[in-house]
Design a protein around this ligand. Structure first.
Ligand SMILES: [Fe+2]
Length: 337
């Protein structure tokens, strides 16, 4: 072999080794692993993050209970950097179980209102959902509606559809009422609902469809389920009523995320959450999932804008977790199955 060819070959090998030495750690650091119990309208934001930063997002989906068990079982060997889930009650539980750990980020604090963040900084709300009264527009006049409490009025006997009390969205609603009114008054409210013999239906979408079909006249649901049904059928005969406007405000909850306690990529995980809180990503969430953006700089979906402005309950959403166990016991005592 010609000595120059030999030299070039040798240099080539050196270059390859150098490349490998440089690129392997970089490749390992340029990915984060996300455990996600959110299933809707987020991929665009993840892709935008990767385009912007070069950091890939490897998503592993499951329901909240599965992901919690997985994180617990994996302990400090977990590949997960970020946990994303729905409901402040679930985020609160993850924090209490030590699955997620405090984040120090002035960006998150600037982008997301304090009411939507963990006071202990372990999770941050990324999207907002209003859980309010919904009614059949052909059968109910808005003037007949006022508060969650008033759904216990005898006029709604046999006309109320609810999701069962065991579902976390309802536990969080009741938990927030306990924080607001105390146990005794909240129990009286829930007893009122139970006395109206609500038809129990699995899933908010099914509650809305039952109201549209005339199986019942009023119910409680998260606003985005109604918005999605209206997007498919603008004539869907159900409207939202903003509950408790003269008093405590409508119950709101979040989907949100935290950095896992054993993340090996903390800096990139925080970068990811900061991006998801940015106006750009928040707009993608709002446009695709029809939730309210947690960052007030993004705008709501046009269908949701038609629901009108409302006063939201302004207590910290962490109350959903704080009083979750009490809410479950209370619903049981009150006869709300
Ligand atoms: Fe939902």
């Amino acid at each position: 072999m010609h000595p120059r060819v030999k030299l070039l070959g040798f240099l080539g090998v050196v270059a390859l080794l150098a490349l490998a030495a440089v690129s392997w750690p970089a490749a390992a650091a340029s990915q984060i692993v996300l455990y996600s119990a959110r299933h809707y309208g987020q991929e665009a934001a993840f892709e935008a993050f990767t385009r912007k930063t070069g950091i890939a997002v490897k998503v592993f989906t499951g329901n909240t209970a599965e992901l919690f068990e997985r994180l617990k079982a994996e302990g400090d060997r977990t590949p997960a950097d970020v946990l994303l889930t729905v409901d402040a009650g679930n985020l609160w539980n993850a924090a209490r179980a030590g699955l997620i750990s405090p984040i120090d980020s002035p960006t998150l604090e600037a982008n997301i209102p304090a009411q939507l963040r963990d006071p202990g900084r372990r999770w941050v709300g990324l999207t907002v959902r209003a859980r309010t009264i919904v009614y059949n527009i052909d059968k109910v006049k808005p003037a007949e509606l006022s508060t969650y409490e008033a759904l216990g009025d005898p006029r709604w006997k046999g006309r109320l559809c609810l999701r069962p009390s065991g579902y976390i969205y309802n536990q969080s609603l009741i938990a927030t009422m306990i924080k607001r009114h105390g146990e005794a008054r909240t129990e009286a409210i829930v007893r009122g609902w139970a006395a109206n013999e609500p038809t129990l239906i699995q899933g908010d979408t099914n509650v809305l469809k039952a109201i549209a079909a005339g199986q019942c006249d009023v119910g409680i649901a998260n606003h985005y389920y109604l918005a999605r049904l209206l997007a498919k059928d603008p004539g869907f005969p159900v409207a939202p009523f903003w509950a408790n406007q003269q008093t405590t405000g409508t119950h709101v909850n979040v989907s949100g995320a935290g950095v896992t306690a054993h993340s090996k990529n903390r800096a990139n995980a925080v970068k990811f959450l900061e991006f998801l809180s940015s106006p750009e990503a928040q707009q993608m969430f709002a446009d695709l999932s029809m939730e309210y953006p947690a960052n007030p700089q993004a705008t709501v979906h046009p269908i949701v804008a038609k629901f009108g402005k409302f006063k939201a309950d302004d207590i910290n959403v962490a109350a959903a977790g704080e009083f979750q166990a009490a809410a479950t016991r209370l619903a049981d005592r009150a006869g709300y199955k």
